[in-house]
Design a protein around this ligand. Sequence first.
Ligand code: SAM
Length: 213
Amino acid sequence: MQLDVFTLVPHAYAWLTEQRPVATVLGSELDLRLFSYRDTTPLRSGQVDDDPYGGGAGMVLRVDVVAAAFDAVYGGQPAHRVVALSPQGRPLTQEVVEELAHEDVLTLLSARYEGFDERIVEHLCTDSISIGPYVLSNGDLPAMVLVDAIARRLPGALAEGSGEVESFSAELGGGLEYPQYTRPAEFRGWHVPEVLLSGDHAVVERWRKDHVR
Ligand SMILES: C[S@@+](CC[C@H](N)C(=O)[O-])C[C@H]1O[C@@H](n2cnc3c(N)ncnc32)[C@H](O)[C@@H]1O
């Protein structure tokens, strides 16, 4: 999958690219490309946003800046899906992640301050996604959330079996994963459920099924 992120802070993604599972699939299943709006802005001095029409506080990401970035990278409007990260977008769920992970090429747009000129969302994007009902300072944490959530759905991202049975998966009927425990079996009088120490896989499976939340 080719995943393109347009941002003002491409360097901020360095941490993400060093973490598994993104690091695991980078260069094979995932081609993550980071573009700065500043590198292609048609405005002077690297300007990318401007005052809102109608007045008010803050700055708005300009439509001509995003269009110029697309011209430079794609030679015009891309034919694939383009996602604006926005608090007004469709709520992100595992279902949305699975849907996006099936795309061959995907573009994510991050904004800051007051957000996007609405014409970017209307005319240059196919989707708008919110990672939750709260406001963050920019779209880079949301974009990283999406990159990570998508990366772990790509082939080879996770150890065999570990991506199939987890919260929100079909295996768990869309529910939340059962409780997990590790050593020590007893700590401060807090005991691991006896059944998990039994070594009886069928019994363990039944217990786990009963404890899907
Ligand atoms: C400070 S926010 C803009 C908030 C906007 N003025 C509003 O009131 O809805 C700046 C940018 O951060 C990103 N952002 C903030 N919260 C987000 C969320 N919950 N989901 C996705 N993106 C978000 C978006 O790219 C947004 O344009």
